[in-house]
Design a binder for this molecule. Structure first.
Ligand code: ATP
Length: 244
């Protein structure tokens, strides 16, 4: 069953086509990678799906509902939540309080403070951060801040999770842990994931399908194996990222 269908999606900033006539579909339970060079339009595509930016043209169908142009708040309430590439926790609040903010802001209307804290601690345990729950978020390492960003998003109870470069700045072992976590989020919580990443090893290890953007346009879509052997993708992106 389709969870997300994007058709003819474009976003113009003045004369610049940041995203141009992009279309793709995600099936329920899929982990889909979104790759491409810097400035290719990946984040702009995310912001349109997550509701913080209105498309110039095109449609975004989430399950059976068109959601293009809705607010980020409304998108979260419908079950679409994104993380940010640059993590912005409430640094003076504790780790568990940061996750509680996600729970209050999210879909589940049952929450009082106690229930939100219980849920936040459950999520921290799920992602292996329960021992850090009472520290101020400002004291976390970059790896743990990225995990906290995922925990906050999970607390909103998404069905579609948009992850933006959650491996940037991580060590190889932190990256491997994060890939395992993504697989668990899908298998144990049934959440579909759209995933922007520059780390090709990470993308290859976790994604069912990959979508490639270049200058705002889709240049390829396929399985990881199809993508790494696609000459257009090698020329536009993989060749340069290997030498970067
Ligand atoms: N608010 C904005 N106003 C004007 N131009 C913008 C705006 N947001 C993005 N752009 C431009 O749109 C293009 C696509 O940017 P976007 O951030 O979506 O790319 P990206 O693929 O996410 O890049 P990166 O990998 O560096 O994060 C770039 O040329 C960028 O400068």
């Amino acid at each position: 069953m389709s969870i997300l269908k994007v058709e003819g999606l474009s976003k113009y900033f003045g004369g610049l086509a940041a995203v141009k006539d992009v279309g793709f579909e995600m099936q329920e339970g899929m982990i889909m990678g979104l790759i491409g060079p810097n400035g290719a339009g990946k984040t702009t595509l995310f912001t349109m799906i997550a509701g913080s930016q209105k498309p110039s043209a095109g449609t975004i169908t989430y399950r059976d509902r068109q959601i293009q142009g809705i607010s980020a708040d409304r998108a979260v309430k419908l079950g679409v939540c994104r993380t940010n590439q640059v993590v912005k926790p409430f640094r003076e609040l504790s780790v568990v309080e940061n996750v509680m903010v996600g729970a209050f802001y999210g879909r589940n209307k049952l929450f009082g403070k106690k229930a939100a804290e219980k849920e936040a601690r459950r999520i921290l345990e799920f992602i292996g951060m329960e021992n850090l729950a009472d520290l101020p978020a400002g004291q976390l390492s970059i790896g743990n801040l990225k995990r906290l960003e995922i925990a906050r998003a999970l607390a909103t109870k998404p069905d579609l999770l948009l992850l933006d470069e959650i491996c940037g700045g991580l060590t190889p072992s932190e990256t491997a842990k994060t890939m395992e976590l993504m697989k668990q989020i899908r298998s144990e919580q049934g959440i579909s994931i759209l995933y922007i990443e520059h780390d090709m090893k990470a993308v290859m290890s976790v994604c069912d399908r990959i979508l490639v953007l270049n200058y705002g346009q889709k240049i390829a879509e396929g399985t990881p194996q199809e993508i790494v052997t696609n000459q257009q993708v090698i020329d536009a992106y993989l060749g340069q990222s290997e030498t970067a």
